[in-house]
Ligand binder design. Structure first.
Ligand code: SF4
Length: 1537
């Protein structure tokens, strides 16, 4: 351990240190993982420093700390390690003890030490100790800080000596006034522990791993008797042996222990016995259980040693006071020191002067003879003070002990023993309390059980109440949402029925009992109601309603229907009878009874209440919430692995069973709970909600859930054993992969075959159950197969490994491989992560290409390799030739101190390989994005050096390398966007489609993606990524009918991930559509008379327009124009219909429009060079960001208030590539005014000029914005006008005021109502707190107007007639949809999708921006800016889908957790922002934003917007046009200083 003799400040610290020194494993019990116990912070500190313990047998000598929550059966964690020969100790509060009784009995005969801090610390309850006093443990008590240290050490030494469990308990509050003390010297600890005995214990394994079988284990002593000259000597060995039955209390050993005893090598700790001469003796051994006397002998030895070393003395009972005292107190409670002090300073006249005080140091075993020896013979009267708060018997347990000892034993002269209940005594009331006690004691007729002090304890209790972790409340909310008033929760934590107390987790038996009682109660209530129907005291209406209700009994639906009316009538009735009945109002409804528990119930299923519930056949629903994270569960120690409650219940046969996960499928949770409620019999719903700490963010819970469900660790399913009878299948699988145990269960009854028949697309997944894939084997196989392929080739071998995240290093590696092959080399190209490291020493030539990620880290697919090699000292690379090429950006880190990150992975690898003895084929090559040709500049020198070194640089006749296939080639060869999409969709061997088809499907409105949350897990499991598709609709102007809304909702539920995204292009986007459902989803969308064609791809995309809730007629005009432009520019290919819309009979389904032959009059066969976007804004609202698009149309109103035409801007665009200054965002340039009749033609001509002049060679330079800057605005305009044959007029005046939405209700000129909902980042989904998706669907069912999606990803319910208003408002309030009382910052924010679905995302966006805003809202509020709008946007990459470059403040993902920060955008989207900080993390963002916001609140001028303010105060320079976006950025400036 690091520093010896540090000051110890608290008993928690003293105990933690001794425990750490004396254990292999410490089970640290905490009320919640996020709440430290009085021990845990110290333990973590030691472990964090990697302090070595004295006994830990691990290689590092560092003990293992296992943190366990109080309500997850903590003592269970002791069994596995202690059985494998590890010394285990537990640090805990007393609240776990009573519920751990079954474990205590089993642990009593194992050398475990449990350190118990009594709770609540100000006034602890000693009944938690007395209730378990007969569990077979040895109990030691400490009172002061010094004692806590000494007795903790005693406890460990005694456990080792005796082989038995020791509980050391103390009240931390008692030593609050003690001074700090030096930590015990390690040599003393070592001496007392007897390390030889420790090692002997560690070398044995105790056997069975089944903790549920009764092991009948008992600590024993083996005595070796030596008969020599008739004198018997003995040597004792404390051992662990087995007998056939248990449990055994060592105080009353009832079984012989010789049978089956296993001899241990563990030496006796009683080493002061005579030794035996081996030559002349005859030995006999006998084995017997450890007795109380043995414990006494052991503990005395230890205390003698302690006295010898440190001078402090301990005895089983301790007496303080004069030797001739006549009265004494025996205190079993807190703060004995205060009593001693008060007595010590008593005046001679005080009734308690000269009294003695006795306490127990060794409480169990109760050594009566030692007590009588301790108490002076002069004592006549003894007052017993017991601090027992939960009394179960009339007489306190200590009083009974003392009565037995002193009255019946040879106990001296005590004549009077009087029991008292010790309540809380404030320090200044001690004397008064003592007076009371002694007056009672000395009175003629002392009162037994007199209460002393306040039995309620001090007003503020220090007890930590067990609270339900916040995240777990999700399921409660869903139960509440579904069943409302019908819900009857038998054991909600904190409720009256929670079990033993509010501070102790509920157990199933108790809750079940309560449900059964409730059932009986209802039966009686029913009879009471029947009888009341003729009651005279009730009014007629109430009577009639009661009769109606009683007549409905048995028909739950009907009953619940008439209940509301009945209750209302009874409430109006006011009679005594009605009041009586209303006292049990809840019983009028047919309740949905639920019992809620945690996965702690899963460890001991056979014995648990879960079993009783299922076996009872009662109509009871059990919800069991499993919170073990996938990453922990998958790696769990087999001995501690939980039983699968779902499988257990299914095997039982009579129960409805469902396995659900709210963060995977909300709908499935609803369905399962409803089915469970309807099932007449026991139902078990096992629900997943994984978290590491109670304050984990929902994102962590989501990611853990996804991994668990995806890999089959937590399959989603529903099982109804009665479905068979209805001709339906019992088992419904709601996820796609199942674990082996479930598969075996299903296979047994043929359910698996049926399942596979029904869902052939699942077959491969089902056959490949979770856990059967082994990544390592796959690596080996792949490499061997490749090696075989190369066998036939001559030439030197060259292995090429790459680590790449943007594809550059990978494609360079592949090209290098091909070039090597052309030179006759045997080349092998692999990702670093796929390479078996152990093969490295046998390579001849190996080269590495690595790009640079994050803060100078390896890309994802190189990290494992680097992790394995970086500290490796074993590999011998003496015969290996290597070289490294690194790719990076020397300007990526502007701060000087960060510059070393440039190409760090490559440089590190080069160094490590050389250190391991490798020879360089060529010096490391450094590719730098800043070089004239980017990384190619460095590469062009490096590659020839490799060929030269390998002697293949002069090879003649090398073949020409084929040019890379470009998007242009793909389009041209695709036959008007067909490619091989059809064939790809039919390929069952993969969930993906080919790379060229991935480009083509974009034109059809769908992208292939893979779930980024699952990439690593799946890779590790040897699976292909979790591919799915994103589908985007084409919805001009963002207007949808209510019917279409419902149809879209159906598409998301039936084919997608149950959510919809309203996008920044005012349309619906679906995520998570797997390949097999893609066609059906497309057809669903087309059946709603929407399409997806040209929603993505190199074509004109969805045309947007302002949503304009306040002017309906004008909106209609503009909206029609957007639809007209959209239709006019639609591609004409029939491939879309052909691929997606044929039904089973090969007939096309109904769709809007159908072309006859493939001919693209506008686009031609290669379509546009890049995507093309058009938007319309209606001043003063720039809610569609008119400057950000290829064409931006600003509508112009005529004198009659109707649309007349548009000012046309062209050349706006957002996409940028990090570190590539040739790319930049640009605001559109004004071309002029055009009438509404001609606008679609003008747009067409702009598009055609771009079609013909856009850059088709470089996609990063292909957008109209670059064409326009290259050509110049005037030239561009003239080309458009030439094609058009007309001229733009001069632009008309207009004025924008903002680019955000106006939330809440607004009326239009026709008196119709419109409500703008705040939909955070456009995500429509249900959560337990907010059933938004369901609510909107319900509203769509009754709404007669329309829905409008806004360009800021929000939603407007439009055209609500006054007559419908109250109904709509009621529904909005029911589903909590009306809330827009958020900060101005939140209301003005938007984020793109990014993780997990977007393949380009470098950082989180939609899932993170809300969190970031929450962290800023404190400052906003403090500075009175809650209502102030600041436009803040975030995207996961510089593609800029949420148009970040126009925000006043923006964050653009750079790497996971790191963002570029931009400031100074115009409030209504008119001005680009500029880079302020490069690649910063959250704490840096907050460090910048918090003071800046404060400053803004204090220094802004009237009406000044945040972006303008940042420029005025010189935080950032103004960006005047796209071309100057990279100039004068703040980071470079500060760097030059
Ligand atoms: S901005 Fe980037 S990360 Fe965000 S959705 Fe668009 S492409 Fe994906």
């Amino acid at each position: 351990m690091a520093a010896a003799n540090v000051e110890i400040r608290s008993p928690g610290e003293a105990v933690a240190r001794i425990s750490y020194l004396s254990s292999d494993v410490i089970v640290s019990v905490q009320s919640a993982q996020s709440i430290e116990s009085e021990f845990s912070s110290h333990l973590r500190r030691y472990a964090g420093r990697k302090d070595r313990g004295l006994v830990a047998s691990s290689e590092s000598g560092v003990p293992e700390i296992e943190t366990v929550r109080e309500n997850s059966d903590p003592l269970l964690s002791v069994f596995a390690p202690i059985r494998s020969g590890k010394l285990v100790s537990v640090t805990t509060s007393s609240s776990i003890l009573v519920l751990s009784v079954p474990h205590l009995y089993r642990l009593a005969n194992l050398p475990v030490v449990i350190h118990v801090s009594l709770q609540p610390s100000q006034y602890p309850d000693f009944s938690s100790i007395t209730s378990i006093r007969n569990s077979g443990f040895t109990f030691l008590q400490s009172e002061t800080l010094q004692e806590a240290q000494d007795i903790a050490l005693t406890a460990h030494a005694l456990a080792i000596k005796s082989g038995k469990g020791v509980i050391h308990f103390f009240n931390a509050g008692s030593s609050a006034r003690d001074s700090d003390l030096p930590s015990e010297d390690e040599s003393v600890v070592k001496d007392l522990l007897n390390l030889d005995a420790v090692r002997s214990f560690q070398n044995i394994k105790i056997g069975s791993t089944d903790i549920y079988a009764d092991n009948g284990r008992i600590a024993t002593i083996t005595e070796v008797h030596s008969a020599e000259n008739g004198i018997s000597t003995s040597m004792e060995k404390a051992e662990v042996s087995s007998i056939s039955e248990g449990p055994i209390n060592s105080e009353a050993p009832s079984k012989a222990s010789s049978a089956g005893s296993s001899k241990s090598d563990r030496e006796s700790s009683v080493d002061d016995k005579d030794s035996i001469s081996s030559a002349t003796t005859v030995e006999q051994t006998t084995t017997r259980p450890v007795t109380s006397d043995d414990i006494y002998n052991f503990v005395s030895t230890i205390w003698n040693q302690l006295k010898h070393r440190v001078g402090r003395e301990y005895t089983p009972f301790q007496y303080f006071g004069p030797a001739n005292a006549e009265d004494a107190l025996f205190i079993f409670g807190s703060d004995v020191g205060a009593f001693k002090e008060a007595i010590g300073s008593a005046k001679s006249g005080d009734v308690y002067a000269k009294a003695g005080v006795i306490t127990a140091r060794l409480y169990r075993p109760w050594l009566a003879s030692k007590l009588t020896a301790t108490i002076p013979k002069s004592i006549k009267r003894l007052a017993v003070l017991e601090q027992i708060r939960r009394k179960t018997t009339k007489w306190g347990p200590l009083l009974l002990d003392l009565l037995t000892t002193l009255k019946s034993g040879p106990g001296g002269g005590v004549e009077t023993i009087v029991g008292h209940q010790l309540g809380y005594i404030a320090p200044d009331a001690i004397q008064q309390a003592l007076r009371g006690v002694f007056q009672n004691l000395k009175s003629e007729r002392p009162i037994q059980n007199l209460e002393v002090g306040n039995s309620e304890g001090p007003s503020e209790s220090g007890e930590t109440e067990l609270s339900q972790p916040k995240v777990e409340s999700a399921y409660m909310k869903i139960l509440d949402q579904i069943f409302g008033q019908r819900l009857y929760l038998a054991n909600a934590i904190g409720s009256r029925d929670a079990g033993v107390s509010a501070s102790i987790a509920s157990n199933p038996e108790f809750g079940f009992g309560s449900l059964v009682a409730r059932k009986g109660h209802r039966q009686r209530f029913l009879s009471e109601v029947q009888a009341s129907t003729s009651s005279r005291s009730l009014g007629n209406d109430a009577k009639a309603a009661l009769s109606k209700w009683a007549a409905s009994a048995g028909d739950d639906k009907k009953l619940n229907e008439v209940t509301d009316e009945l209750i209302a009538l009874l409430e109006a009735d006011q009679s005594t009878k009605s009041k009586d009945l209303l006292a049990n109002k809840g019983l009028f409804r047919t309740e949905s009874p639920w019992l809620v528990g945690s996965d702690a119930w899963a460890y001991d299923l056979g014995n648990s209440g879960v079993h009783h519930v299922i076996a009872s056949g009662e109509n009871v629903n059990v919800l069991i919430i499993d919170s073990t994270p996938y990453s922990e569960g998958a790696a769990a120690d087999a001995a501690r692995r939980k039983k699968d409650i779902g499988l257990y219940a299914m095997n039982y046969g009579n129960a409805y069973v469902a396995s659900v996960a709210v963060y995977s499928s909300y709908t499935q949770v609803l369905q399962a709970m409803i089915e469970a409620d309807q099932f007449d019999g026991p139902s078990v719903v096992v629900a997943y909600l994984p978290y590491f700490k109670e304050n984990d963010s929902p994102l962590t819970v989501l990611q853990e859930t996804k991994k668990a469900v995806d890999l089959g660790y937590w399959p989603l399913y529903r099982w109804n054993p009665r479905n068979d009878a209805r001709g339906e299948e019992n088992f419904a699988l709601d996820s796609e992969r199942i674990k082996k145990e479930l598969k075996d269960f299903l296979a047994r009854d043929n359910h698996l075959t049926q399942l596979m028949k029904r869902n052939p697309e699942f077959s491969s997944n089902l056959a490949q159950d979770y856990g059967s894939e082994v990544r390592a084997l796959q690596k080996r196989k792949a490499k061997n197969a490749y090696a075989q392929l190369l066998e036939g080739l001559f030439g030197a071998p060259l292995t090429i490994l790459f680590a790449s995240d943007n594809g550059n290093a990978e494609s360079l590696a592949k090209r290098l491989g091909n070039r090597g092959k052309a030179r006759g080399l045997k080349t092998l190209v692999m990702a670093m992560e796929d390479y078996p490291l152990e093969d490295l020493p046998s390579e001849d030539n190996i080269v590495f290409l690595s790009s640079t990620a994050g803060q100078g880290e390896f890309p994802q697919n190189g990290r494992a390799f680097w992790g394995a090699i970086k500290d490796n000292t074993e590999l011998d690379l003496a015969t290996v030739n290597f070289s490294v090429f690194a790719l990076g950006d020397s300007h990526y880190w502007p701060r000087k101190e960060d510059r070393h990150y440039y190409n760090k992975p490559g440089k590190d690898l080069d160094r490590v390989l050389a250190n391991l003895g490798g020879k360089r084929l060529a010096d490391i090559g450094l590719g730098d994005d800043q070089d004239p040709d980017g990384y190619q500049t460095g590469y062009q020198n490096w590659e020839p050096a490799i060929w030269q070194s390998l002697g293949v640089d002069k090879v003649e006749g090398l073949p020409d390398e084929p040019p890379p296939i470009t998007n242009e080639d793909i389009k041209l060869a695709s036959n008007f966007l067909r490619g091989t999409i059809e064939e790809g969709l039919l390929d069952p061997t993969t969930a993906a489609i080919s790379a060229p088809d991935q480009q083509l499907t974009k034109f059809h409105g769908t992208y292939m993606q893979d779930d980024r949350d699952l990439r690593d897990e799946r890779k590790a499991a040897g699976l292909e990524p979790a591919y799915s598709f994103m589908i985007r609709c084409r919805l001009p102007g963002g207007v949808s009918t209510p019917k279409q809304w419902i149809q879209m909702d159906d598409v998301s539920n039936n084919f997608g991930n149950e959510t919809m995204k309203l996008t920044t292009r005012q349309t619906f986007q679906f995520h998570g559509v797997v390949k097999t459902k893609l066609k059906a989803a497309m057809r669903g969308i087309n059946q709603a008379l929407m399409t997806t064609i040209a929603a993505c791809g190199d074509v004109n995309r969805n045309v947007m327009c302002s949503s304009l809730p306040t002017a309906s007629a004008y909106h209609r005009d503009v909206y029609r124009c957007s639809a007209k432009i959209s239709d006019h520019l639609l591609p004409s290919t029939t491939a879309y219909h052909e691929i997606w819309l044929k039904d089973e009979n090969d007939k096309k389904t109904q769709v809007a429009g159908d072309a006859v032959q493939d001919y693209e009059p506008l686009y031609g066969p290669t379509y546009l060079p890049r995507k093309f976007k058009i938007t319309i804004a209606v001043p003063p609202h720039n809610d569609t960001d008119v400057y950000a698009h290829d064409i931006g149309l600003i509508s112009i109103k005529g004198k009659d208030g109707r649309l007349v035409g548009f000012n046309l801007l062209a050349g706006g665009g957002m996409g940028v590539t990090h570190n590539n200054k040739k790319t930049y965002p640009r605001t559109g340039s004004m071309l002029g005014y055009v009438s509404k009749e001609e606008v679609h033609i003008a747009c067409e001509k702009v598009m055609l000029v771009q079609r013909d002049h856009g850059d088709r060679k470089n996609r990063k330079h292909a957008r109209l914005k670059y064409t326009m800057d290259d050509m110049g605005v005037d030239v561009f305009r003239s080309k458009v006008e030439d094609l058009w044959g007309q001229q733009f007029e001069k632009p008309k005046p207009f004025k924008f005021q903002s680019n955000i939405d106006t939330f809440g209700w607004q009326k239009d000129e026709n008196g119709l109502n419109h409500f703008t909902f705040f939909i955070e980042n456009g995500r429509i989904e249900d959560t337990a707190d907010f059933p938004m998706k369901t609510g909107l669907r319900e509203i769509a069912k009754v709404h007669r107007g329309e829905f409008r999606l806004t360009g800021n990803q929000h939603l407007i319910i439009s055209n609500v007639d006054d007559a419908d208003l109250s109904k709509i408002k009621e529904m909005m309030s029911k589903y909590k949809l009306g809330n827009y009382q958020f900060s101005g910052l939140r209301l003005s924010s938007s984020a793109c999708v990014a993780f997990p679905t977007c393949g380009l995302a470098m950082a989180e966006s939609e899932r993170y921006l809300p969190e970031l805003i929450s962290k800023l809202e404190g400052v906003i509020e403090e500075n009175g800016m809650r209502q102030d709008s600041i436009v803040m946007r975030m995207t996961g990459c510089p593609n800029g889908c949420a148009r970040p470059w126009l925000a006043e403040v923006a964050f653009v993902g750079k790497a996971y957790g790191a963002y570029n920060m931009y400031l100074g955008g115009g409030y209504h989207g008119q001005r680009l922002n500029k880079l302020y900080r490069n690649s910063i993390k959250e704490h840096e963002i907050l460090d910048i934003m918090k003071p800046l916001l404060k400053r803004y609140s204090q220094e802004r001028t009237e009406g000044e917007h945040f972006g303008d303010f940042c420029i005025r105060i010189g935080m950032i320079k103004e960006t005047t046009e796209g071309k100057t976006f990279h100039d004068d950025v703040a980071e470079e400036e500060s760097d030059e200083e």
